[in-house]
Design a protein around this ligand. Structure first.
Ligand SMILES: CC[C@H](C(=O)O)C(=O)SCCNC(=O)CCNC(=O)[C@H](O)C(C)(C)COP(=O)(O)OP(=O)(O)OC[C@H]1O[C@@H](n2cnc3c(N)ncnc32)[C@H](O)[C@@H]1OP(=O)(O)O
Length: 287
């Protein structure tokens, strides 16, 4: 008898699949707030700003589409090396905009939102750019899931994160459950999901959900700190940064042998390349 736990007792949606482009057209009508993308070709850093303070930076439908469009743009940004995701005010992101949520409160539309956000956040997570989420306040529900779609998370002392979906009578809807298990392992992930408890910046560091705490509590200074923290990790040639992220993103998504095959193919294309030849000519001593 095949062990079929994942399908026992839990209902699974079996309705239609809708193209993401169609979903984006439908969700654009749920207006409110915006997500702004600014790219700096000189520094190679992009800033993604969540701007909906009157709703504690909750993501409306149109903001989900803003984010989808921003990722589409970033996928073509060859000069890019890093991304800083931050918001405005004292809350990082309070999740899905409940005004949008209440208008799509049915399985078909819920599956469409999940499809749009899974597509968007998976591609954000897999970009060949190094991404950092700056959590200056509460990251709740979808906001917590958004934070897991970046490579790193920096908190200010006031940063908190809470997977409150269970208290809302649902599970993670933006792919955060899968990424949380990859980040923390099944036990810590399950504990945070089951309790919906909000953890502080210091506990997030201990758990491995935060990669550091900024000295600054004020947002503008904390953003600058996050940029410097990220820039310090982007010293290699752009093609090397892109390749290193690609092999790590692949390794967390595919089986071992497939990941090794990818790594061999990426390695071979850099071996004897411009950056490699330049390093060999410099006779570098790694003291
Ligand atoms: C997959 C997505 C996932 C799901 O669908 O399950 C979700 O993310 S659902 C949303 C989960 N998030 C929440 O339930 C957060 C609810 N909000 C709060 O807990 C608080 O507002 C908080 C802690 C974020 C901020 O508290 P604070 O005291 O600073 O502010 P207020 O509560 O007075 O709120 C100010 C203003 O913002 C509106 N607001 C806050 N959160 C949302 C939201 N998620 N969607 C829409 N609007 C939100 C709140 O209603 C107030 O507006 P007002 O017109 O004054 O009532």
């Amino acid at each position: 008898m095949s062990f079929n736990a994942e399908r026992r007792w839990v209902n699974h949606y079996a309705g239609p699949e809708t193209p993401v482009i169609t979903i984006s057209e439908q969700f654009s009508k749920f207006e409110g707030g915006k997500i702004e993308l600014v790219k700096d070709n000189e520094s190679g850093l992009a800033v993604l700003k969540i701007n909906h303070p009157e709703r504690r930076n909750a993501l409306s439908g149109s903001m989900m589409v803003d984010l989808w469009n921003a990722v589409n743009t970033l996928e073509d940004w060859k000069a890019g090396k890093g991304i800083i995701l931050h918001s405005v005010g004292e809350t990082f992101c309070s999740g899905g905009d409940l005004n949008t949520v209440r208008q799509i409160s049915n399985p078909d539309d819920g599956y469409k939102m999940a499809t749009l956000m899974h597509n968007t956040l998976t591609r954000l997570h897999q970009l060949p750019l190094i991404s950092v989420a700056l959590i200056q306040g509460k990251a709740l529900g979808g906001g917590a899931e958004l934070a897991t779609s970046c490579d790193f998370r920096l908190f200010t002392e006031k940063g908190e994160i809470g997977f409150v979906q269970g208290r809302m009578g649902v599970v993670t809807g933006w792919g955060g459950g899968t990424r949380l298990v990859q980040l923390l392992g099944q036990h810590r992930a399950l504990e945070l999901l089951l309790t919906s408890r909000q953890i502080s910046a210091s506990e997030a560091v201990v758990m491995g959900l935060a990669n550091g705490i900024t000295k600054s509590v004020e947002l503008p200074e904390a953003v600058e700190e996050a940029k410097q923290w990220l820039q310090a990790k982007l010293k290699h040639a752009p093609e090397v940064v892109h390749a290193l992220k690609q092999i790590v993103a692949t390794a967390r998504a595919v089986p071992y042998e497939e990941s090794l095959q990818n790594e061999r193919q990426v390695f071979a294309m850099l071996w004897g390349g411009d950056a490699n030849k330049k390093a060999l000519e410099q006779n570098i001593k790694h003291k």
